[in-house]
Ligand binder design. Structure first.
Ligand SMILES: *Cc1c(COP(=O)(O)O)cnc(C)c1O
Length: 380
């Protein structure tokens, strides 16, 4: 049996007619950048996330970059974030000239630990502490970070809060949605996210009119009015085609999320039934609602051999992320070494993402679990 990590062709089959109709209309209009499709999507996304404003942008990475720019974070500033995330999170911080300050994660959720943040800040010099301007929590794999604690620290220290919600559209924390929990919410429409386009795209949400105005100006090179520049921005525009596709998919998102959640429940049951509950740790849900962009299992031993065995048997799987950011070569200047963030390093060595996409069938899930059971039984 073949079980891919993600099967976008199955999703496309459900929406093909709608997509072809609307893209055909856009080709006829020859209006490709920003415009009514982007505005319509922005209004739907702000409603969906419970935020006041939304600004369509060119990617999730650019959503992070643009938010940092709109918050006027730059050279010599510091931004706190997790070392256990996709590279773009810390990459965006470095690209505006600021310094990423890593704080370790919570072993249950893989999200940045507020206690670790507090310890990390205590460990900084008084001078360095005054340069900390923002915290950028990542809602990893689709579950929100500990926003009450982080927001309280941010208020006490006058930090901006930028949510990296690229994996967390529709995710909830105490009844509020990702993207409404900080100053900026950054989302990605990369095809493998829960709400993906037919190419790159993203969106920034905010509740602040002031930040909204800056985002809109900086999205078009900082020209306001056009060709008059008080600020230096960039080309961060979203395509009409991507906005139209994402708008179509948004109608199905809640049903797709429910299917992912149901697949997650079924995996838990199947691992228990297979006698693997001691061997395989399944995701711990601390906050409703986890949207399962990824379903992450954690194993004590032989993670790499388990991955090889799954791949050999036709089961898609992936290590997110094999090298924590504090150990990446490009950040060697920060002076970190193995052992600095042990929980992140442990997660990088012991976790594996297995298929959880909405169209996954019960038979496919049973095959995944049986392959894992056979692997451990074989003692390989
Ligand atoms: C995907 C992702 C991004 C970047 O989004 P792109 O649209 O690919 O630029 C940033 N942060 C996290 C956590 C992501 O998963």
């Amino acid at each position: 049996m073949n079980v891919p990590l993600l099967d976008l062709k199955k999703q496309y089959a459900q929406i093909k007619e709608e997509c072809l109709r609307v893209t055909g209309e856009i080709y006829d209009s020859q209006h490709f950048i920003l415009g009514p499709h982007v505005e319509a999507l922005e209004s739907k996304i702000s409603g969906y996330c419970g935020a006041e404003y939304a600004v369509g942008v060119s990617s999730g990475t650019d959503a992070l970059l643009l938010s940092l720019m709109a918050a006027d974070i730059g050279p010599n500033d510091r931004v706190i974030t997790s070392p256990y995330t996709f590279f773009a999170t810390a990459g965006a911080i470095a690209r505006v000239g600021a310094i990423p300050v890593f704080a370790d994660i919570d072993p249950d959720t893989y999200n940045i630990s507020p206690e670790a943040v507090a310890r990390r800040i205590d460990g900084l010099s008084q001078k360095a502490r005054t340069t900390v301007k923002a915290v950028m929590p990542v809602h990893l794999y689709g579950q929100c970070a500990e926003m009450d604690e982080l927001n309280a620290m941010a208020r006490a220290n006058d930090w901006i809060v930028i949510e990296d919600a690229a994996q967390a559209i529709g995710s909830e924390y105490k009844g509020k949605r990702a993207g409404s929990l900080g100053d900026f919410g950054c989302f990605s429409f990369f095809p493998s996210k829960n709400l993906g386009g037919f190419g790159d795209g993203g969106v920034v949400t905010t509740n602040s009119k002031e930040f909204y105005d800056m985002l809109v100006i900086l999205r078009v090179h900082g020209g306001h009015p056009k060709y008059y520049h008080r600020y230096i921005g960039g080309n961060f525009r979203l395509d009409a085609l991507q906005a139209a596709i994402v708008s179509i998919k948004l109608k199905y998102l809640d049903a797709w999320t429910a299917a992912r959640q149901s697949n997650a429940r079924r995996y838990r049951q199947m691992f228990t039934d297979a006698g693997l509950a001691d061997r395989i740790r399944t995701p711990i849900e601390r906050h409703d609602r986890h949207i399962y962009n990824q379903f992450i299992i954690e194993v004590d031993e032989k993670r790499d051999r388990l991955r090889d065995c799954l791949l050999q048997n036709g089961v898609g799987c992936e290590i997110y992320y094999p090298v924590p950011l504090h150990l990446q070569e490009c950040f060697s200047g920060l002076g970190h070494k193995p052992g600095d963030f042990p929980t992140s390093e442990h997660a990088a060595d012991h976790t594996l993402a297995i298929p959880v996409y909405p169209e996954l069938t019960e038979q496919q899930q049973a095959y995944v679990v049986e392959t894992i059971r056979a692997f451990y039984e074989s003692g390989l």
